[in-house]
Design a protein around this ligand. Structure first.
Ligand code: OGA
Ligand code: MN
Length: 220
């Protein structure tokens, strides 16, 4: 009997894990145009569209005690995933298998994963920021997974990743359907440019269980 709860990776996916690990090791970020099984992607998209009008709240910045909504910094709306739907459970299980695969290859000691849907109305943005300040957060790897069918370059809404030292532009990523981006949370300043259309995604963070960290993660 198979008692595993997380899906195990098929050979092609072990190769995918190798590729992600190599990219993270060599450049600190990884891009995968089509990583997750299409049926999970489509189910997530359907769920996002159903919940967007009811369950999403303006996103904030800062930690528990200084949490605030600042529309000049970010103007997206979010909804945390708790795995209660098959779509979210499938996504979180896939991410857990990714977590284990990366731990085996890179010895990152990733302990858990948290994620929220994010919806940016046309014109919305998230100004340049880092997801974790050095030594002050448990967040190690950031993930962004895009749910935008038929996204065109002229739609805008790119994720722009900057160099840590000189803040020059390293990479521009179109938020295309099924694409997954992973990067080191403490290293890369990044921003979301305004788009001409609504722009949907799932943002997430792999975290370590570091009890010596004195500051809590951002409020959720
Ligand atoms: C974030 C973020 C990037 C994106 O939610 O912290 O940087 O491309 N998102 O949506
Ligand atoms: Mn970010």
């Amino acid at each position: 009997m198979n008692t595993q709860t997380a899906p195990s990776f098929a050979p092609a996916e072990a190769e995918l894990l190798d590729t992600v690990a190599d990219q993270l090791e060599q450049q600190g970020y990884a891009l995968m145009p089509q990583a997750l099984p299409p049926e999970i992607v489509d189910a997530l998209f359907i769920e996002l569209k159903q919940r967007r009008d009811w369950d999403f709240k303006p996103a904030g910045i800062g930690r528990q005690d200084d949490f605030q909504v600042n529309r000049f910094v970010r103007s997206d709306e979010i909804c945390w995933l708790n795995g209660e739907s098959p779509a979210a459970a499938g996504f979180l299980a896939w991410m857990d298998a990714l977590r284990e695969g990366l731990n085996r290859r890179l010895f990152l000691g990733l302990f858990d994963y948290e994620a929220h849907y994010a919806s940016y109305p046309a014109g919305a943005f998230y100004k340049k920021h880092v997801d974790a300040f050095k030594g002050r957060s448990n967040r190690v790897l950031s993930t962004v997974f895009y749910l935008n069918p038929q996204w065109q370059p002229s739609d805008g809404g790119e994720l722009v990743i900057y160099d840590e030292k000189d803040e020059s532009e390293i990479k521009r990523v179109l938020p295309e359907y099924g694409k997954l981006v992973i990067f080191l949370s403490e290293v890369f300043p990044h921003e979301v440019l305004p788009a001409k259309r609504e722009r949907n995604s799932i943002a997430g963070w792999f975290r370590v269980n570091n009890s010596s960290t004195w500051a809590a993660d951002p409020a959720r």
